[in-house]
Design a protein around this ligand. Structure first.
Ligand SMILES: Cc1cc2nc3c(=O)[nH]c(=O)nc-3n(C[C@H](O)[C@H](O)[C@H](O)COP(=O)(O)OP(=O)(O)OC[C@H]3O[C@@H](n4cnc5c(N)ncnc54)[C@H](O)[C@@H]3O)c2cc1C
Length: 147
């Protein structure tokens, strides 16, 4: 029987890790991924060309939906893990799912921090971390003159 590998986060690190894992130990793990972002793994470093209009989101996708299907990976898009029970070896998600694991990878990246200067929480003050931030910046640029 396959070992159950659960991964929290679907960014650049687990994408590369899985490529290596499938080479080193093919068929060993049944992989389940939970990603707060509602999308597949993409090249976050290339968000700037998406922002400038030189590339589209589709052009910076690293692993499309077919890759997950071909490798038998269950990918829960738009699903945030809210709790880990290390004694029971389970995780729980914001939409009420519970998943058991034998091995757990936490690959949740980082969270942008906006310095708490006056005005930091005004509309139009944005962080830059994912595709949603890029969409917000493009929208803001359409309605405002300066950055
Ligand atoms: C615009 C931009 C340009 C960059 N350029 C460079 C560069 O030139 N060179 C370089 O080395 N690095 C660069 N970086 C940094 C690089 O992208 C990150 O270091 C890298 O993406 C980190 O990978 P990761 O897998 O650890 O996390 P991430 O790629 O951040 O992925 C983490 C994922 O986990 C998800 N997540 C978080 N919490 C949960 C949860 N509780 N449950 C489920 N999912 C969760 C998030 O939604 C996210 O999708 C850049 C970053 C940005 C934003």
């Amino acid at each position: 029987m396959k070992e159950r590998l659960v991964i929290i986060g679907n960014g650049m690190a687990p994408g590369r890790m899985l490529e290596k894992l499938f080479e080193a130990a093919p068929g060993r793990y049944a992989v389940t991924i939970f990603n707060a972002e509602p999308r597949v793994n993409y090249d976050r470093i290339m968000l700037s060309p998406v922002l400038s209009g030189e590339k589209t989101y589709e052009q910076i996708v690293i692993h499309g939906d077919g890759w997950y299907i071909n490798h038998g990976i269950t990918l829960h898009k738009g699903t945030r893990v809210t709790a880990i029970d290390r004694a029971a070896k389970t995780i729980t998600t914001d939409n009420g799912l519970t998943e058991a694991y034998d091995k757990l990878v936490i690959a949740t990246g980082s969270v942008p921090f906006i310095i708490p200067v006056p005005g930091h929480n005004l509309p139009g003050v944005l962080s830059y971390r994912d595709l949603d931030d890029v969409d917000a910046m493009i929208l803001a640029a359409r309605s405002r003159g300066n950055a």
